[in-house]
Design a protein around this ligand. Structure first.
Ligand SMILES: Cc1cc2nc3c(=O)[nH]c(=O)nc-3n(C[C@H](O)[C@H](O)[C@H](O)COP(=O)(O)OP(=O)(O)OC[C@H]3O[C@@H](n4cnc5c(N)ncnc54)[C@H](O)[C@@H]3O)c2cc1C
Ligand code: FES
Length: 279
């Protein structure tokens, strides 16, 4: 840990080393430290606070490989004031980084079980480190399924990796879009529809879910139809954040603070508040 990180509110400077455009409004950037550190370990499911100097700070999931600790990878969609400026940054520009923060996907607890991952849109970004980690220790898990849905073919993230993962015999990958185009030959339909036919044993399965809340709502219904209990399902949730340290209360969700108790929650712990506004 560098000296600067002794103050958890002070961002450390990290430089953009590589940028890859994923879709018209989404890009993936790889950051390297400017001073001091050589690595910044993180767990799959955690996020960093990224600060665009003079503009503002936003929480962004870490979307890279936890076993490759020398760079930090984030996938960002331009939706508002900070992320739009972030999307216009270039290679060698410097950002502030605080983190990593938050809870993680329960990959140790999932060992010996089947794992089904369900992602909608940008929800694939926080799941990608879990996929890397599961594939790195593939023999520790039973069947592994990834169900991923995007609005259109142009909105699909990580296309090359999706293709590589889909080509593996030890992973069931179902990619779907809400609306196809003339070139699209794949699945069309919302992602929860594919849960009915995914290969897993409901008695011995852990489900990891991330996406828009409406997609997660229907995913939960389908997983429960297949026989999964709330204890077998983990969700990653999004709320507004400011401090990311459990101080300011911005991210309150029922009795929890998303920044330190989440963003990954076991469903039974948050079931009472999930889907309710302003809790
Ligand atoms: C734990 C956590 C992890 C996150 N991980 C990622 C990530 O990996 N990549 C990423 O791009 N974003 C991620 N987000 C969301 C990201 O933090 C917000 O999109 C960002 O704060 C928006 O800031 P802004 O200043 O650009 O937009 P604002 O000016 O705050 O918002 C502009 C408008 O966009 C809307 N908006 C805000 N967030 C979203 C959203 N996610 N989708 C659609 N509309 C939105 C707002 O309601 C508002 O109307 C994450 C959020 C959390 C809490
Ligand atoms: S962001 Fe301040 S308490 Fe969570």
């Amino acid at each position: 840990m560098s000296a600067i990180r002794a103050n958890p509110m002070a961002p450390d400077p990290w430089r953009i080393e590589r940028i890859r455009r994923e879709t018209p409004d989404t890009f993936t950037m790889e950051l390297g430290p400017v001073v001091g550190e050589t690595t910044r370990p993180f767990a799959a499911g955690q996020f960093n606070m990224l600060y665009v100097f003079g503009v503002g700070e936003v929480p962004i999931s870490i979307s890279g490989d936890p076993t490759r600790g020398t760079s930090l990878v984030h996938t960002v969609r331009a939706v508002g004031a900070v992320t739009r400026v972030m999307c216009a940054l270039k290679r060698h520009d410097v950002l502030g980084v605080r983190g990593p923060f938050g809870s993680q996907w329960p990959l140790r607890e999932a060992e010996g079980l089947d794992v089904v991952m369900v992602a909608g849109g940008l929800g694939l970004a926080p799941l990608r480190p879990a996929i890397y980690q599961i594939l790195a220790r593939r023999t520790q898990y039973g069947r592994v399924a990834l169900l991923y849905g995007a609005r259109t073919p142009a909105d699909l993230l990580y296309r090359r990796e999706l293709y590589r993962w889909g080509a593996r015999a030890d992973m069931d990958v179902q990619v779907t879009v809400d609306r196809g185009d003339n070139a699209w030959r794949g699945n069309v339909g919302v992602v929860p529809r594919f849960i009915a036919t995914a290969q897993f044993d409901p008695l011995d399965t852990m489900a990891l879910v991330c996406g828009p809340e409406i997609m997660m709502h229907f995913t939960l219904l389908e997983l429960q139809k297949r026989g999964l209990t709330a204890e077998q399902i983990f969700l990653s949730l999004e709320r507004n954040m400011k401090c990311a340290l459990g101080f300011c209360g911005h991210c309150q969700f029922g009795p929890f603070f998303e920044c330190k108790d989440g963003p990954v929650f076991r469903y039974d712990t948050i079931q009472r508040w999930f889907g309710k506004r302003e809790v």
